[in-house]
Design a protein around this ligand. Sequence first.
Ligand code: ATP
Length: 267
Amino acid sequence: KNAEDLIESEKPTVTFADVGGLEEIKKKIRMNFILPLKQPELFAAYGRQAGGSLLLYGPPGCGKTFLARAVAGEISATFLHLELQAILSMYVGGSEHNLHDIFEKARAEAPCVLFIDELDALGGSRQGMRQHHDRMLVNQLLIELDGLASFNENVFIIGATNTPWYLDSALRRPGRFNNLLFVPPPEAEERSTILDLKLAGKPAGGLNVNKLAEGTSLFSGADLEQLVRDATELALERAMETGEIQPLADTDFRRVLKSRQPSTLDW
Ligand code: ATP
């Protein structure tokens, strides 16, 4: 296996407008990642460079990957999605080599957002050979991150983890993933925005979206997306039976919600 098999490159069309809520985070990313690219002279005048790294953490399904993809969309950059677990399962030596190739690929495709998912997989308390293997890979990752930090290469590294406390502490030092952003479960108002985004283009005019948002506390963005998908299914079934468009109704959501738990509950 080589780097090409481990990672697909993509040109995302999603932007921040598709990400519901998370306004503070978007603002920080705009300031640190996006504006430097658009106004490089201004940033350079303050001794700042484009590029760099950021660590997103928080419960699953709350938009870390989506946000990273939207960053790429905002700056028309290539998006590379690396799942560390895939690289970790390789033979000793092979994974370092591949990690290096992936960073090379990111440089070649700049401007580029390299998204490294499951970063915590590297901090695990493993035994023997496994542990040694992980150590080597952490070291290689540090070499790559430090290498990027010293050049203005328009490669943005966004790391993500559900469990930041398992992260290898070497990865958190200055110049590496020292820029931490919490991506929390959405608040009621944010849930309302996310629901509106997911309902766009569907017949849902009569829905009480605010009420639905209030009744879905601790639901992640992914949960809300699934909720809309399932309610749509029910409305569609009715439409097929009657041969007429049947709008999504509050009762559809109530039915679906009966068998649903928020996934950020035990995070
Ligand atoms: P994991 O930790 O499991 O990788 P994640 O935080 O990376 O989760 P995403 O993959 O970004 O979660 O989210 C899953 C899906 O949920 C997204 O593809 C998106 O459609 C939807 N979603 C999540 N958060 C939001 C949001 N704030 N606005 C709109 N859609 C969202």
